[in-house]
Design a binder for this molecule. Structure first.
Ligand code: ZN
Length: 274
């Protein structure tokens, strides 16, 4: 399952990348060696920053990614490391600005892409290799977060950098958001939405952490779309009938509404995603 998920995550990100790619020649057919090295290097750097929630290292990871974006030419004002909602959590919000509206009456609203910087704990004793030492072996990457979701962080940061270097001019702003506690409270994204809404307002958002496609022998097999996660949905079930009378002695009328759903089934119904 882990291997499948890794593959899924990669393909998901590749699909996202394709969706955003400009027509910049070689990028249509594949990455250059330099671009591959860049993505791998970002990936390695992130894996080796242990961002398990208890250590409070997401600010460090956010700063590391911010440094790379600024070094690639993004104005510092457009690359913000936002510490919050408490000092132990760091988030990155970077904006790839489109040129002015140039005759358009209304500029298009931005597209937001995001991933998360934190990882769930990994005990060395449970792993055959050090989970926080980046390792490439037999065609696979090993390390906590290689699938969830530092591959997403790395691809998005690498894409922003290579698009910038290629001189790409998006038709609308692109916003990159890397959050600090998706695996635990999810407070970072809530805080960004409430305290920094102006920075992340967008037409829609694409999350590298869910959905995605599967290739088998290079051929597309499935592409999944996931609409939500870590939330429950409540449904209200209402049943009505015209009422009936039991055809036996001791007649009584069955109420016009009834709820004979066992409580266990009801709980499952209320929380399909739990
Ligand atoms: Zn995740």
């Amino acid at each position: 399952m882990r291997l499948v998920m890794r593959f899924v995550a990669r393909v998901a990100c590749a699909a996202l990348t394709l969706a955003l790619l400009p027509r910049v020649g070689a990028t249509q057919s594949g990455l250059s060696d330099a671009d591959r090295r860049l993505a791998r290097d970002i990936f390695r750097e992130l894996i080796e920053i242990n961002t398990t929630d208890s250590l409070g290292n997401t600010p460090r990871a956010a700063r590391a990614m911010a440094r790379r974006l600024v070094a690639a030419g993004f104005p510092a004002a457009d690359v913000q490391v936002l510490i919050g909602p408490d000092p132990r959590h760091g988030n990155l919000v970077a904006r790839y600005r489109a040129p002015g509206p140039a005759g358009r009456r209304m500029p298009l609203r931005p597209v937001l892409v995001f991933a998360h910087l934190d990882v769930v704990p990994a005990r060395r004793a449970d792993w055959s290799v050090d989970p926080f030492t980046f390792l490439e072996k037999d065609g696979y990457f090993y390390g906590r977060g290689t699938t969830d979701d530092k591959v997403g962080d790395a691809i998005l940061v690498a894409d922003f950098i290579r698009l910038k270097r290629a001189g790409y001019r998006p038709t609308r702003d692109l916003i990159l958001v890397l959050t600090g506690d998706e695996e635990t409270a999810g407070s970072c994204i809530q805080w960004l939405v409430t305290a920094h809404r102006d920075l992340i307002n967008a037409e829609f958002a694409l999350n590298t952490d869910a959905g995605g496609g599967i290739l088998r022998d290079g051929k597309p097999v499935t592409f999944e779309v996931q609409a939500s996660e870590k939330v429950y949905a409540t449904y209200v079930l209402e049943a009505t009938d015209r009422g009936a009378t039991a055809p036996c002695r001791g007649r009584r009328t069955i109420p016009s509404t009834a709820s004979p759903v066992p409580s266990t089934a009801w709980r499952r119904f209320r929380s399909p995603s739990s």
